[in-house]
Design a protein around this ligand. Structure first.
Ligand code: DQA
Length: 137
């Protein structure tokens, strides 16, 4: 089973960025522990701050991976193009958020990804990614 975790803008700053919202762990630390725990799964990780690179990655893996776990960061709330890419590929996408976006500002309540996602998981910290992974097993 091949699963991609795809992170969008500013998520490279995890561990340093607003730790009261996003926690103290870097994504690399978390990803290493996830790979150890799910050693029988091919787990890949890609992060970009650039909208087009996220779309290119969705196209690249979206016809041959079993699942994509996507935290598009702020692009979730703005990007028709990422929403269209999720709609256009075959691989199911689970939208994840570290924070509970519905308990935050109104603009974070909108998602261009959710209508075309297999499901949405938000508010469980980095565990949101693990819950999304479990949904593919
Ligand atoms: C986020 C929530 C988004 O609203 C925000 O722009 C992010 C992170 C989350 O994981 O909680 O960058 O996607």
């Amino acid at each position: 089973m091949k699963i991609l975790i795809l992170n969008g803008p500013n998520l490279n700053l995890l561990g340093r960025r607003e730790p009261t919202i996003y926690g103290n762990l870097t994504f690399d630390e978390f990803f290493e522990s996830l790979k150890k725990k799910y050693a029988d799964i091919t787990l890949d990780y890609f992060q970009s701050n650039i909208e087009g690179e996220l779309i290119d990655k969705l196209h690249e893996v979206g016809f041959n991976y079993h699942g994509i776990i996507l935290n598009a960061g702020a692009y979730t709330h703005t990007s028709v193009a990422i929403g269209d890419a999720v709609k256009g590929i075959e691989t199911p996408v689970v939208e994840v958020h570290i924070s509970n976006v519905h308990a935050r500002e109104d603009f974070r309540h909108i998602s261009y990804i959710a209508p075309n996602a297999k499901g949405v998981i938000a508010g469980f910290g980095l565990q949101s990614y693990e819950l999304a992974l479990e949904s593919f097993l």
